[in-house]
Design a protein. Structure first.
Length: 336
């Protein structure tokens, strides 16, 4: 079968494309420009014609996916703005919400062969990060970030603007799905990965060209650009990009995933934990960070991951493996 992957030149999406191709699916990726399409073809040149691309410049434009959904058997919608530089919250919220609504509407109207649609949401739609310990699962929603953005507007924390974009786009998707379900030839699966780390396959000329989660890791862990206080008290949960890609493929294959919201996450961390793991591998190339950190006192938001393990049969890389493979990439390019 053929799978449409939106935002195919992104960090996660390139791994989703690879995982699908390796399983024998053919893939149509949407990219914003011809040059991004060519780069994608180059990454997968050994796969020949099983990968094609179409250009969707802006997911927020009405009818953006009308042509892209024709003749595909399934869709993985990963495209959504992931940056933390927006001033006006609508720079991220509008394209996230509108892009999702457009995708669903196109799939309904023109996706005659579509049997399943997978949406890449985020743990950001489940919980806001906080210093306090908590246990969160698929029944939880991060409405706090939405409220923050509603009250503070441009002055809201950049992370809250992004998180609100994920909460609002996922809510819009479920609302739309409940309304339209009876008339659809397909079902929907939502995946909620936590902070994504691991090696990358997409092209990046420099650190600034990496996606937001990798850039943030580079700044905080590899360059030591964070306060001792932040390193010991701030963090979230992480997951390997290859496991996220595998989850998308399994969500496509496993019938029981239909209609489910599924957390995809390996484990919780504080930034100093990631520094300690990195120093185990490359020693003093990584700054020591907060030397008085006591991991036994760290408070975590833990995500319950039973659903992903049971429905998808997903297993996870360890933080040691993920870090080793990621640091290898940084080292090869002289960015460490
Ligand atoms: P990337 O920035 O690498 O990927 C985002 C993709 O979406 C890019 O291909 C980007 O294109 C595309 N895109 C964004 N806005 C538009 C738009 N208006 N029109 C067309 N295309 C657009 O980030 P990730 O791979 O990390 O993220 C992919 C998905 O996973 C997102 O939905 C994100 O919210 C989600 N996610 C990410 C996590 C992480 O830690 N990385 C954690 C949990 C969820 P271009 O680059 O050309 O602008």
């Amino acid at each position: 079968g053929k799978v449409l992957v939106t935002g195919a030149s992104g960090y996660i999406a390139v791994w989703v494309v690879k995982t699908l191709l390796d399983r024998g699916f053919s893939v149509r990726g949407t990219v914003r420009s011809k040059s991004k399409g060519q780069v994608l073809k180059e990454v997968f040149k050994t796969y020949g014609e099983t990968l094609e691309y179409v250009i969707v410049e802006d997911i927020a434009k009405e009818g953006a996916f009308d042509e892209a959904v024709v003749d595909v058997d399934a869709i993985a919608h990963t495209a959504s703005p992931f940056h933390i530089t927006a001033d006006d919250p609508d720079e991220v919220i509008f394209p996230a919400v509108q892009g999702t609504k457009n995708l669903l509407a196109s799939a309904k109207k023109y996706g005659n062969d579509v049997k399943r649609v997978i949406l890449t949401s985020s743990s950001a739609a489940i919980a806001s990060s906080s210093g306090e310990a908590a246990i969160r699962d698929e029944t939880d929603w991060n409405d706090l970030s939405v409220q923050e953005v509603r009250t503070k507007g441009r002055d809201a924390h950049p992370f809250d603007k992004y998180r609100a974009s994920k909460t609002l786009s996922e809510r819009a998707a479920w609302d739309w799905y409940e309304t339209n379900k009876a008339e659809l030839g397909w079902d929907m699966v939502v995946l909620n990965p936590s902070f994504v780390l691991g090696p990358w396959l997409h092209k990046a000329e420099n650190v600034a060209g990496l996606s937001t989660s990798l850039r943030y890791y580079h700044s905080v862990v590899l360059k030591g650009e964070a306060s001792d206080e932040m390193l010991a008290t701030s963090g979230t949960s992480w997951v390997d990009v290859r496991d996220v890609a595998e989850a998308h493929t399994l969500a496509l294959i496993k019938p029981a995933a239909g209609g489910e919201r599924i957390v995809i996450s390996a484990n919780a961390f504080k930034w100093q934990d990631l520094i300690l793991v990195a120093r185990d591998i490359v020693g003093d190339r990584v700054p020591a960070g907060n030397t008085s950190y006591d991991p036994t006192k760290a408070e975590h938001i833990q995500y319950v991951t039973d659903k992903g393990r049971q429905i998808l049969g997903l297993t996870y890389h360890s933080i040691g493996e993920t870090t080793r493979h990621m640091l290898h990439e940084f080292k090869c390019r002289g960015w460490l």
